[in-house]
Design a protein around this ligand. Structure first.
Ligand code: B4P
Length: 192
């Protein structure tokens, strides 16, 4: 299996680039944001709990997202690999992911980290909020809380994978095509 983490702050282009990368490399896309939004849409108890946390710009509890990922890994035994988008987001989530992959005799091959200025992040998210209907994109206060949560809890995840020399930084500003090409080059290097 070839497993990738697409990493970056909220609004850095993870969801946008994931769509293209899974089509090109035939990977299974695991986005914890998308999984949580499906639970919200289905009005499950987990979805109702998640919505109140997400609407404040905070992170959903580790055990909830780790449980979702564990079950998704078990349901996709035949995949060529996984593209993790928006996960892991805390140090505990990284450790849990490594353990889950080890049980499957697999590991993370690379973390591709999208670098985008804070000003651009806020602009993109509020712009998406105009059309997406996502309640966490509509207020500047919530968008700022999400970015603050990233600095407080998520940026350490890159440090964790840096210890294993698995992190590659990619400029996340430019056209979607330019960024996609830069990501693809890094993946191709590792696949060949
Ligand atoms: P996510 O769904 O992961 O969403 P995100 O980080 O906000 O955005 P993403 O990075 O995917 O968006 P993109 O840049 O593609 O998280 C939402 C919430 O779920 C979190 O706040 C948290 O509460 C919860 N959650 C999710 N995972 C969790 C976990 N593991 N643990 C705990 N809680 C978790 O797109 C942004 C906009 O930029 C789009 O409009 C796009 O069109 C635009 N854009 C993209 N690329 C561009 C480019 N090159 N130029 C200009 N605009 C661009």
């Amino acid at each position: 299996m070839f497993n990738i983490i697409l990493f970056g702050p909220p609004g850095s282009g993870k969801g946008t680039q994931s769509e293209r990368l899974i089509a090109k490399y035939q990977l299974k896309h695991l986005s914890t944001g998308d999984l949580l939004r499906s639970e919200i849409a289905a009005k499950t108890p987990l979805g109702l709990e998640a919505k109140s946390v997400m609407d404040k710009g905070q992170l959903v509890p580790d055990e909830v997202v780790i449980g979702m990922i564990s079950s998704a890994l078990d349901h996709n035994p035949q995949t060529k690999g996984f593209l993790f988008d928006g996960f892991p987001r805390t140090a505990s989530q990284s450790e849990a992911l490594d353990k889950l992959l080890k049980l499957k005799h697999s590991e993370i091959n690379v973390m591709l980290s999208l670098e985008v200025s804070e000003e651009e992040l806020v602009k993109r998210l509020l712009n998406r909020g105009l059309t997406s209907g996502r309640s966490d994109d509509t207020s500047e206060e919530v968008v700022s809380a999400r970015i603050a949560e990233y600095h407080k809890k998520t940026s350490v995840v890159a440090d964790y994978y840096k210890n294993f020399n698995k992190v590659v930084s990619i400029k996340g500003e430019g056209t979607v095509d330019e960024i996609f090409n830069a990501l693809s080059d890094e993946i191709d290097k590792r696949l060949s």
